[in-house]
Design a protein around this ligand. Sequence first.
Ligand code: CP
Ligand code: NVA
Length: 296
Amino acid sequence: MNFLNIDDLTREQLDEVLTRAVDLKERHARGKTAEAMDGKSLGMIFEKPSTRTRVSFETGATQLGGHAVFLGPDDIHLGHGEPVKDTARALSRYVDVIMARVFDHEDVVELGEYAEVPVVNGLTDDAHPCQTLADLLTIRERFDGFDARVAWIGDGNNVCQSFVLGAALVGLDLVVATPEEYDVDDEVLERAAELGEPPETTTDPEEAVDGADIIYTDVWVSMGEESERAEKLETFSQGGFQITEAWLDDRLLMHCLPAHRGEEVTDAVMESDNAIVWDQAENRLHAQKGLLTYLL
Ligand code: CP
Ligand code: NVA
């Protein structure tokens, strides 16, 4: 099976992946190794930069006894004339799993169609399901389940859209505050309604923060949107979307990272004890190890 978005997993499968993640995290803390990827390789295609996704998948494969191959934008023929489907078929003859971070979501869909091994979405312009896996693990650890209210404040982007689906899948109480022109795609809201409760939506960040246990934000300008930077910065800052200490109280702060301090969040908020962003980053490793063992 492929993991192109979080709702490729049923609620039961998601619980299974998270249970494996917790087990692997505990084993790792006790210095125990795992052998699930013994003799196996993970191919990692990156069209965009990455710190967490690259390092967590690469070290994760090593910790599972396997091997990861980094394939950057200038390392392979993809993007230089070789079609996605041919890349998928060739890589399938070498590696046991393909992880891809690309611009166009349709490219991971095509990889998934033509690959003979599982394909994992490591972020597209539309979705970031590996982030959602780690986020759900982080929330479950903090709240001993999913009985929490989350306010997403910012862009209705890839990270937000996968989180919306993940929240619906597990029954998290979610409100999404975005400027009107940067809201979540209708199809995502419709899919969330099929999975469970769709999020509340608003353009008023202050209203969204009220009653929330967790504030979640992400950059205002995602990779690939650099030409929209000035316009987006103006819209978000004028709309009052920056997370400041005034909103924090005892609320937790989540951010998928990298953070742009002074834009979507202040330095003080990032440095506060309320920020659980490093737990989220760490949980990328454990959640993805859970996913890899499940897919294999
Ligand atoms: N959150 C996340 O995916 O980070 P990277 O871009 O560093 O991989
Ligand atoms: N929304 C951000 C997430 C980075 C992990 C981006 O796509 O650039």
